[in-house]
Design a protein. Structure first.
Length: 203
């Protein structure tokens, strides 16, 4: 089966993350090395889930995960966060918000398929937004902890933090509205049909 072009783009971003790890290593930025290795490992999770979980995730997930993590790694290693502040940071948060929201949408659809939850369309839409904002909250706490105890400069004040959360919210709402449209046109079984083996659902 021919692989989609987007999957090769995901491989490219994985390669660029690896390249940034070596750049950080050459500069002695070991915290960036650690973050880069962690990010590279996370980009492999969709492939691992596909191979071991008997689930075929859409290639768009691989691309979004790789892109959002590359933006984070390159922003730190290459100084793009400061060089293109505040635009780079906001674009990175917007894409991260979209990525996390898509992951939440796919995850809750699969959970609903393999359980007896039978979630309504609006419950799924609400979950997407709540999950994305919760993850953004944890991310801001992470940045605050690093700034407080390691002397980094990840946060640039209250306005910066609020704008980060707003851009994540914009991404989450966009995905939630798109998900709502899909759910109004297709059943949940149809949306997950290509991700799981075709077999009768347990009642």
């Amino acid at each position: 089966m021919k692989r989609p072009f987007g999957l090769y783009l995901a491989y490219l971003f994985q390669f660029l993350i690896a390249a940034n790890i070596f750049i950080a290593l050459s500069l002695g930025e070991y915290s960036q090395v650690f973050g880069g290795v962690l990010a590279l490992g996370l980009t492999l999770v969709p492939a691992i889930v596909t191979r071991r979980g008997n689930i075929t995730l859409p290639w768009e997930i691989n691309l979004l995960v790789a892109l959002s993590l590359y933006l984070h790694v390159a922003g730190g290693v290459r100084g793009f966060y400061d060089l293109y502040y505040p635009y780079y940071d906001k674009v990175a948060h917007l894409i991260s918000g979209i990525t996390v929201s898509v992951l939440a949408f796919v995850a809750v659809l699969l959970l609903d398929r393999f359980s007896r939850l039978n979630l309504s369309r609006w419950m799924i839409v609400g979950f997407i937004i709540i999950f994305a904002m919760a993850m953004e909250g944890f991310w801001e706490i992470y940045e605050w902890l690093f700034d407080t105890f390691l002397g980094t400069n990840l946060q640039h004040g209250l306005d910066d933090t609020m704008l980060d959360m707003i851009f994540v919210l914009i991404g989450a709402v966009a995905v939630a509205l798109t998900g709502n449209r899909y759910l109004s046109e297709f059943s949940k079984e149809e949306l997950t049909g290509k991700m799981v083996p075709k077999e009768p659902r347990n009642e």
